[in-house]
Design a protein around this ligand. Sequence first.
Ligand code: C5P
Length: 405
Amino acid sequence: MNIYYPPQFWKKKKLLFGITGGISAFKVVGFVSHLVQAGSDIQVIMTKAAQQFIGENTFNALTRKPVYSDLFESGEKILHIHLMREYENLVVAPATANIIGKMAGGIGDDLLSSCFFVDPKKVIFVPAMNVDMWHNPIVQENLKKLVAIGTRVMVPSSGNLACGERGEGRLPEQEVFLETLYYLLCSPQSLQGKKVLITAGPTREYIDPIRYLTNSSSGLMGCSLAAAARARGADVTLIGGPMSVRIPSGIRYIPIVSSQDLKTATLEHYDKTDVCIMSAAVADYRPSNPSAVKIKKQGKTELILNLIQNPDILSELGRRKVSQILVGFCAEDGDLLVEAPRKLQQKNCDVMVANRILPGESGFEVDKNKAWFLNKNGEMIDIPLMDKMELAETIIDHLVAFYFS
Ligand code: C5P
């Protein structure tokens, strides 16, 4: 299961986790365990109610640190001040209607609520409750008050709730939680207010109703770019062919099948876009006359398919370009650094990302990529072989440096 954050992101992060009395507290055990394994320093604070759902020993064993719950813990330091100065952020998960109300109402009567008042801008609420409690106007008003002073909120997921009802109010699943936390903690938000359109994955060109021509693109590079742009505050639309990887959270996803679909969807969104990244592996050809029924093999020892060329979408976008920053991808196993600048110019792109295809090492169906970043001023940045999520962050940061700073 892909989770879109760079592997190094959680290394040495110092996070406080505030656990309050909701049934979904059990899910936070998994989050904490994952973050500790990823190299974060996690300190857990529990309210008295949280201890009704999960034991202190569980978090103590996972973090190998004492769990704090008592405001009046005796020691050398004043605990709530010390913790909030020492740690980068406080994640309150699950955050009940009660803790949200207490903090919005100015009540600090235990360790966790007192921590909040030391530095509300460091606090991230992850509310989890029944759907009607979540939509209760008092809860929503309280959250607005907290957001107004710089506290951040992770919107709950929808689905089955512990009470047996369905709706909004679920604590997000681990991959959504970790990805959204990465988005919330990532700074600076260098693409805030920008619309980014990304295409990803393969296309399918149908021969008959059940067979098709395709390629081995997994979509991982495009999905990683979508998450990296989202983490920098962009409003991201991802148009993707049938991919073998999970779609990142927090973005608008438009599924397509064929290159014709990809063209229609991309042109529909292109005019409103600030940055367009064409990382999809578009099929160059499609059957000229697909069969409406399944092709039978009886009586045929040979089957000849006639193919016609698909429209080059990137070239079309290059022709229609007004103020968009247009980024193409070029994957080659041959003369990459000759082909990439030629395609950049021919397709009227601003940037071309050149990928080296080395089966099993770089390019299709592997987690790593070796790339070069070329712009239309003739500048070329050699990026070493790296994890695709790390590469996605590097590409987005180069785009920001060239065009948005
Ligand atoms: O010409 P080539 O296929 O190598 O160019 C690759 C770039 O062009 C990629 O950005 C890809 O998404 C885009 N492309 C396209 N339409 C096609 C083929 C490729 O937009 N029919």
